[in-house]
Design a protein around this ligand. Structure first.
Ligand code: ADP
Length: 402
């Protein structure tokens, strides 16, 4: 069974084709700059030459057509006929409170996803568009929606409610939803596998640190708290997002600077975090690390705030789980920055966290334990694979159809 995984964003489409008989990756690729000049598709077929094509891609329909063409291409293709794709799994950012697992897409579900656009105005519309185009181009192929929010639906009321008038929750669904759920779930499962234990018996903190970042407390296999919330800006600072801020700051700044809500949102989502605290140096962690190593105070300041925030969340989540067995680092920063892992884990010996510098510095590209043999908590670096998780869910749902 071959499963195509589609992650359709506002101006890009990421895709992967898996052969689920052995979970091998047949091809992956990226369609970029949809609807803007310089659009292109880059296709990486396993065991064959890369194909890169700069071509006008006015919309998502054309983008997905090009993905299908690339998969079928005589030289760079990996399938002979479109019917070889048994199912398509779609990443959908927001599944609201309705979906605690992945679902086979039907008309009712499309209507619900449309309703959730107001909760995820930037993400859900291109996700929905990706589903629609795949339905058109592959009308007989089942489509499955896998939600970033689903894994966090086990978070208890005491953790998902904000201290606001309750009727805002009832009326508008104002609560913590959490994101990156597919990644948190994947690495938590992998961590348990690495230990040879059941996830249900473990207390795990997963740190997904990329351009967007979140930490999750996974107790006995369930997400019980996570650092992103109603939107995708709370928790630790990110590339351009502010992380936790006293809400009093927002009306204060709006008044002082004469900002409307859209302008304020733009500051919180696009002009804060690394880029804001470093006064414009970069939203990319690598650039900040390089500058900070040469003594740049602005870069160091942004990194200090990140490391401090991560420590605080690790402490808080250890407290709410009454202990910790495993701490996992994943995603672009988590997987690739030994400096960050060292800084965050320094002085956490009170929790039984102790990393081995050598193991930490050499952890690259594959799942590794980086804690010392004596460390009470196992600290791990585990590359995330959200796409494989989506393919697994898709296969599971579709295998029940026949
Ligand atoms: P996204 O959330 O867009 O999927 P990624 O998971 O790819 O993002 O993470 C991007 C982040 O990872 C960037 O801040 C980048 O600087 C950081 N990163 C990637 N490689 C390294 C590295 N070697 N050292 C430090 N940070 C890195």
């Amino acid at each position: 069974m071959k499963v195509l995984v589609v992650n359709s964003g506002s101006s890009s489409i990421k895709y992967r084709l898996f052969d689920m008989t052995d979970e091998s990756l047949l091809a992956k690729g990226l369609v970029e700059r949809i609807g803007i000049s310089g659009s292109l598709i880059t296709h990486y077929p396993t065991g064959k030459d890369i194909m890169k094509k700069e071509i006008d891609i006015p919309d998502h329909r054309r983008g997905i057509e090009l993905v299908v063409d690339a998969l079928l291409n005589n030289n760079h293709g990996v399938i002979k006929d479109i019917s070889e794709i048994s199912a398509v799994g779609h990443r959908v950012v927001h599944g609201g409170e309705k979906y605690s697992g992945s679902v086979l897409i039907n008309q009712d579900i499309m209507e619900t996803l449309n309703k959730y656009i107001e909760l995820a105005p930037l993400h859900n519309p291109p996700n929905i568009l990706g589903i629609k185009v795949c339905q058109e181009l592959l009308p007989d192929t089942p489509q499955v929606g896998v939600f970033d929010t689903a894994f966090h639906q086990t978070i208890p009321e005491k953790a998902y409610l904000y201290g606001l008038p309750y009727h805002y929750y009832e009326k508008y669904g104002v609560r913590k939803y959490g994101f990156h759920g597919t990644s948190h779930k994947y690495v938590a499962i992998k961590a348990a596998e690495m230990l040879g234990k059941e996830l249900e018996e473990l207390k795990v903190i997963t740190c997904h640190l990329g351009n967007g970042s979140s930490l999750t407390a996974v107790k006995n296999g369930k997400s019980i708290d996570t650092s992103l919330g109603f939107g995708t800006i709370s928790g630790v600072i990110m590339g351009t997002r502010c992380g936790d801020v006293d809400p009093a700051v927002i009306p204060f700044l709006m008044k002082k600077e004469g900002l409307n809500s859209e302008e304020m949102n733009n500051i919180l989502y696009k002009k804060s975090g690394f880029i804001g605290l470093s006064e414009g140096i970069s939203s990319d962690k690598r650039d900040l690390e390089e500058k900070a190593s040469k003594g740049d105070k602005k870069a160091k300041r942004a990194l200090d705030v990140l490391h401090y925030g991560l420590k605080k969340y690790i402490g808080a989540y250890t407290a709410v789980m009454n202990g910790l067995d495993v701490l996992v680092f994943t995603a672009g920063i988590g997987e690739n920055s030994p400096k960050l892992r060292k800084n965050v884990c320094a002085d956490l010996t009170c929790f039984g966290i102790e990393i081995d510098d050598n193991k930490n510095n050499n952890a690259k590209g594959s799942k590794t334990v980086i804690s010392t043999d004596n460390s009470k908590v196992k600290v791990m670096v585990i590359p995330t694979n959200e796409e494989l998780m989506i393919a697994r869910d898709t296969m599971e749902i579709c295998s029940k159809l026949k």
